[in-house]
Ligand binder design. Structure first.
Ligand code: FES
Length: 572
């Protein structure tokens, strides 16, 4: 098989000349013929001044290169785009597919026998999973690792569950401007990803349990020396994969490993976003994430990890308690331990590497879980014919069965303008509804599903209400929040038919979300809506935005582009 610098030659009509030219240019970097004869390991550098979560990437690149060279291969660093949650307009999710395409095409375009992808901030590991599934070159994922915790007046602080909670306190008048400023300085005290069980931590756990990353690589803090040793070892394993040509992502990303990912997602109290990302990654390989199976697992798999936002602790505590390998012990019988890993063995090896930490209280036993049921439930009903998600482990138990009056917001903009209006007709028992915030409507399905409690209710001490939308929510958020209502309003979903004052019934135990309006009236409203002239912004007609608008799929298909999914329009 063609390896190293001979792979994927540039087309000049003469392969020998193509290689001659390639070597002539790369020798300008001072590389010797010996170096150029080695198997090549590409390293995707996702450092960016805009992405503090990836602040340790230069050090990781150095460590990975060391590992690759210790194993006798040639490391080749290359850039891809990098996405930070707070620096992506209109939302990071809008750019996830762009990063997936960039990464996939750079893996294909450049000569590499294996690749190491450094990811971390929420959309980066999902984009890399999608990319490596499609490129199918042997891949090791290196998560950047979580931040250390912050502290304010004796209380541990974590981005970004506490960002939202404390901002809510500020909005409610319980923290003044000076106090919230000081907190702002301490919420993210080091580089690394958010240290709660948000999307970044969840996706890092998922790639570890799927065998795409090394054991404990999800939890080692970003600033620890162990993080660099893990990166060095990742480079060594990638070099071995470059020589052997295996395992490929398609060997690792199987029906069984996706099922393991769903088990872990429930057990860690993971982010709702992970379900969309898993669906997208599986879709690249022609696999489906079965929401009904995910819901079934939720009834079987308890939440065992005591981390915010479902519990009390942070990622560094999870790490010192034994991390994923320890958790796998507690989940024995629920996980398929025969699935392969980048280290050449099986998931059982990861589990058996677990450290026993006698006094730890972060990873619970199945006899004493945080939540008997898993973290998420899938809801259906006349409001969500193709499903909706609720993170029940982060919701208020007293609101799990609730009927209330709808208070409707037409868009994120409308929400922003009216939510704090003192004249807004709203009570604590109402159901806040946000629409046109889905994959196509917003666009990009922003994390707007965490609708703020109206200021006047916040001031009365109201901390939670039932909230429903076709948007997503940050994995770090807390509340009784129904998300990913599918199909979205902008795609003709029934969320678009809700009117102020309608009654909405949420029944999580029976997995229902229903609009209590007669079917004939809904038919009438649907006909009326179809007859109305189109409102809102015109569809974009150029560039990435137009591509996004035309081809993005709904949440139950992972919000991927249709032409990137085998079997969908235009895809092979
Ligand atoms: Fe990057 Fe939270 S903002 S992981």
């Amino acid at each position: 098989m063609t390896q190293g610098m001979r792979r994927g030659l540039t087309s000049y009509g003469d392969p020998d000349f193509s290689l001659f030219l390639r070597k002539a240019f790369i020798k300008a970097m001072g590389l010797s013929d010996d170096a150029l004869s080695r198997p090549v390991v590409g390293i995707a550098n996702t450092f960016s001044d805009y992405n503090a979560c990836h602040g340790n990437v230069p050090k990781l690149v150095e460590a990975i290169k060391r590992g690759v060279m210790l194993a006798g291969a040639l490391p080749m660093e290359f850039p891809t785009i990098s996405i930070h949650e707070s620096f992506a307009h209109p939302t990071s999710m809008f750019l996830r597919n762009l990063m997936a395409m960039d990464t996939e095409e750079m893996i294909r375009a450049q000569p590499m026998d294996a690749v190491v992808l450094i990811g971390g901030c929420d959309k980066t590991i999902p984009a890399q999973m999608m990319a490596c599934a499609s490129a199918n070159v042997p891949t090791v994922i290196v998560p950047v690792g979580p931040m250390l915790v912050g502290n304010y007046q004796g209380e541990q602080l974590g981005a970004c569950t506490d960002c939202r909670r404390l901002w809510g306190e500020h909005r409610g008048g319980r923290l003044d401007a000076q106090q919230i400023e000081r907190i702002n300085e301490r919420l993210a005290p080091t580089p690394g990803t958010c240290m709660v069980m948000g999307t970044a931590s969840t996706m890092a756990c998922i790639v570890e349990v799927m065998g795409l990353a090394l054991p404990r690589s999800a939890t080692i803090p970003a600033t620890h020396a162990d993080r660099l040793r893990s990166a060095e070892a990742s480079g060594q394993f990638a070099a071995a994969m470059a020589v052997n040509g295996t395992p490929r992502p398609s060997d690792l990303m199987t029906k069984a490993s996706f099922r393991n990912a769903m088990v872990i997602l429930q057990a860690i109290g993971g982010s709702t976003n992970a379900l969309v990302h898993l669906t997208a990654a599986a879709g690249r390989l022609g696999l489906k994430i079965d929401l009904a199976e995910f819901d079934r697992l939720g009834r079987e798999v308890p939440v065992l990890v005591d981390l915010k936002p479902s519990g009390r602790h942070y990622m560094e505590h999870f790490h010192w308690a034994g991390g994923l390998p320890r958790l796998m012990h507690e989940l024995e019988g629920l996980l398929d331990l025969t699935t392969p890993t980048v280290m050449g063995g099986t998931l059982r090896d990861y589990m058996e590497s677990a450290e026993d930490v006698p006094s730890q209280d972060v990873i619970r036993t199945r006899a004493a879980p945080i939540n008997k049921a898993g973290s998420m439930a899938v809801l259906y009903g006349n409001l969500a014919p193709r499903g909706a998600i609720i993170k029940q482990s982060a919701a208020s138990p007293e609101l799990m069965v609730h009927t209330g009056r709808a208070v409707v917001f037409e868009s994120v903009q409308d929400l922003t303008e009216r939510i704090d209006d003192p004249a807004l007709d709203v009570t604590a028992d109402d159901v806040l509804v946000l629409r046109n915030a889905g994959p196509r409507g917003a666009p990009g399905m922003p994390e707007a599903g965490y609708l703020p409690i109206p200021r006047k209710l916040g001031e009365q001490g109201v901390k939670d209400m039932v909230r429903i939308s076709d948007a997503r929510m940050s994995g770090t958020a807390f509340g009784t929040i129904v998300l990913h209502v599918t199909p979205e309003a902008a795609d003709g979903g029934p969320l678009g038919l809700v009117r102020n004052g309608d009654r909405i019934a949420l029944d999580v135990p029976h997995r229902r979300i229903d609009l209590l309006v007669d079917e004939p009236e809904l038919v009438r409203r649907r006909a009326q809506a179809a007859a109305l002239p189109a409102t809102g912004a015109p569809a974009p007609d150029r560039g990435y935005a137009a591509l996004f608008h035309r081809t993005v799929l709904q949440a139950d298909e992972g919000c991927d582009f249709d032409f990137l999914v085998p079997g969908r329009s235009g895809a092979p």
